[in-house]
Design a protein around this ligand. Sequence first.
Ligand code: PA5
Length: 461
Amino acid sequence: MSSEKIKFNDTFLFGKSGVSPSRLESLSERLDICREWLLELHEKMELSFLNLPFEKNALSDLQKLVDTIDFSIKDVVVLGIGGSSLGPKAIYSALKPPYYDLNDKVRRVHFPDNIDPASFKALLDYLDPDRTLFLVITKSGGTAETATQFMIVWDYLNSHFDKKQAIEHLIAVTDPEKGSLRALVNEYGLKNCSIPQNVGGRFSVFSPVGLLPTVLAQLDAGQLLAGAGDMASSFRQGDVNHMALRAAGLFYLLHMEKKCPVHVLMPYSDAFYDTALWFNQLWGESLGKRKNLQGEDIFVGPTPVAARGATDQHSQLQLFVEGPKDKIITFLEVSDPGNDLEIPRVFGDYDSYSYLAGHTMGELLKTELAATSLALNKAERPNCSLILEKVDAYNLGQLFMFYQIATAVSGKLYNINPFNQPGVEQGKQYTYGAFGRPGFETEGKVMNKFKTGFATDSAKK
Ligand code: PA5
């Protein structure tokens, strides 16, 4: 039977500065239409993120691929950016024990997720090529950052190995047919797996994009899919109060009618901070759009913000409580932190220490979450909690699927296309122009006039 193990406590989204229950009720017909629309897109095979957890052979096929690696892997490096890196990175950092990467003796997965030459070179210098596997993950096959990482790694591998050995240290994850990486796979006979064509970058965490690094990290990909599958199934069952529909509806009303365009995700758990960064991309890139579906300018979209409790109580919280009344804060609460530490009965003569003694660190963290939520409510700041039993693959799978459904539904409510990202194209084209890529001469001229910064100077050389 399908179930949602994670819970959504939305009490403080209602009330004086929040939504009225009747207003949410009046949105229910639209929410129902959103669900039908999303299911129909899946039936027509235009989308398939809801179906990914049910792909029968997905994990066994990946395991077979991993079994073909004929050396003992110590380090795995994911070459990719955006949706091709944030999801697996969030899985890895949530499910590996804290500070796992400090252990030099275990297999580790690295996510450079950038083109900063300082950190990328440091990573290459650190690696033992004989025991490193590189995953090149890019749906389009030609993203400049990933292409650059891959070209450097190609050279690195070919300087250590002969041609045949070099490709043994690579697996490509890309479109099944299109793009330059697919062409390179065919030309060089690279090991590879495919991202289904109807799965977009930021909705690809349950495709090989998220699963291959998870399998290589020896994490429980099966439970991740089980959690996601249960969330997808309960959504399909048609309850208008499904937590993802309800959350999307409430966030939408708070944005459009209560002027709360800033959406903060604040896990009170170190494990989920990278999940908040994954959410940033999903929410921001999907919902920030200039045009509606009729092609009119509407310049819409909530601004996602990642925060961490309790850390950001001493940083951003002042702004959340007393700054503009334009935010919704979503807490991620973990019921069982797995480990806890008792606060010892020391320094009994000091009032500002003694009241802590006898409690646990976990108790303090949870109490601070509750206190922050109450304080925000008192200051008339809408806030809510997603409550996870514990940090495990099943709960994380539920959480990812919850947010993907909520994002798609929100797109429909905003009347925009949540699956494209036209706004990032112009910057890419200026970069192509600066680097002299054929077809982008006009952009190159614009860049040449704009004579600041390293990129233009180096491009002219
Ligand atoms: O969500 C998206 O589609 C994008 O953010 C992509 O994930 C990102 O641009 C990387 O693209 P690609 O996987 O094609 O390299």
